[in-house]
Design a protein around this ligand. Structure first.
Ligand code: FA5
Length: 349
């Protein structure tokens, strides 16, 4: 047995020297220290030996077992250390590599257009005011000559907010246009005023190439003595000239809005078909960008301005329609699709 144990020690140590990973080390441990290993077998067989042989073989078997255990521990430590060094080297930071460029946010084409519209009107002497997107029925409709049950409410498909004020019997909505800002602002101001009021607007309507359920408008309001339709026309033509250039055509036509009298709509010739008629302009050759008119006398009275003394004009334009006209964007739904391939085209502007 003594010979067998010495031989076993030599073979096991040679095999252990060749082990380089934890999987093979575990195989080695099962083979030389497991329950069915030769050394465990030898320890179990000691009882069948004579007393003299048992003493010598027993001492040697325990010595071999201890040696196996300590060699195993040592090898395990060594392998773990080597593996750790390898992993650390793989993750090591190479400070000589060039850095990853940070991708910076840029202005959305709507924001760019909105700022540009505001700049044009600022240079014409208008002041900018902002207001709430969640609005009372009173400001969005009633104060604008559109009482409950008025058929003109159908012009603005409304997203109602599930909140009502039972005491004052008021209901809340997402503003369908920026016109409520005319009333809100005039609660605090006295004429003369020249204001623009930009912001988001919401409508409960199906989307198509020209219509989104959320879009932006810029409202305009000028009230003073002796303001006429000629002032409205002059201001809007000047705006169209500065935004779209002198060679684009602008069209003024009668339209109906309950809060102005008379009312007009302004359209620009379609950039895609150059007035011939296409899918974007629904075959008309024109794209409507704003509604406008002379402030209705009842609205002036609600603003606490005497219509015998004061008059004014108001307009509300769709902001997305401006970059659409300028850059030939054939579908408004690209604006809020969050597709970087679309948005990146406006980074240079
Ligand atoms: C209004 O919203 C009136 N408040 C405008 C107004 C103000 C008239 C002051 C008179 C005096 P209208 O619903 O037509 O009107 O919208 C005005 C502009 O917003 C349109 O010309 C169009 O450019 C844009 N617009 C309207 N609906 C949408 C929509 N669903 N998606 C994108 N733009 C729209």
């Amino acid at each position: 047995m003594i010979d067998k144990l010495s031989q076993l020690k030599t073979v096991a140590e040679t095999e252990l020297n060749a082990v380089t990973d934890t999987r093979r080390l575990e195989e080695w441990r099962v083979r030389y220290l497991g329950k069915k290993s030769a050394i465990m077998q030898a320890l179990r067989e000691l009882s069948s030996l004579s007393l003299e042989e048992r003493r010598k073989a027993g001492a040697l078997a325990n010595e071999v077992k201890d040696a196996f255990e300590s060699s195993y521990k040592q090898k395990l430590e060594g392998i773990k250390q080597a593996e750790l060094e390898l992993a650390t080297a793989a993750k090591a930071l190479d400070v000589t590599l060039p850095g990853q460029p940070e991708s910076l946010g840029r202005l959305h084409p709507t924001t760019q257009a909105m700022r540009e519209v505001c700049q044009v009107f600022t240079s014409l002497g208008f002041e900018t005011v902002e207001g709430p997107e969640v609005e009372w029925d009173y400001y969005n409709f009633e104060a604008l000559n559109i009482p409950k049950g008025h058929p003109a409410r159908d012009m603005w498909a409304t997203l109602w907010v599930d909140f009502a004020d039972p005491e004052k019997q008021r209901s809340m909505l997402m503003r369908t246009h920026t016109s409520p800002m005319q009333i809100r602002t005039m609660e605090k101001r006295r004429p003369p005023v020249r204001l623009i009021m930009p912001g988001k607007t919401y409508r409960y309507e199906a989307t198509d190439v020209r219509h989104e359920w959320m879009f932006h408008q810029v409202e305009g309001l000028a009230i003073d003595k002796n303001i006429t339709m000629a002032d409205l026309k002059g201001t809007l033509f000047e705006f169209a000239r500065r935004m779209f250039g002198a060679d684009r055509k602008a069209r003024f036509r009668c339209d109906y809005f309950p809060f102005v009298e008379p009312g007009v709509e302004v359209a620009i010739d379609c950039f895609i078909c150059k007035g011939q008629g296409c899918r974007l302009c629904s075959g008309s050759g024109w794209i409507e960008i704003l509604g406008a008119g002379m402030v209705h006398p009842d609205v002036l009275r609600r603003m606490d301005c005497d219509p015998a003394v004061y008059s004014g004009f108001a307009f509300g334009m769709g902001v997305e329609r401006i970059p659409m006209l300028r850059y030939g964007i054939e579908d408004i739904r690209h604006f809020y699709g969050n597709d970087l391939r679309f948005l990146k085209q406006f980074w240079g502007f």
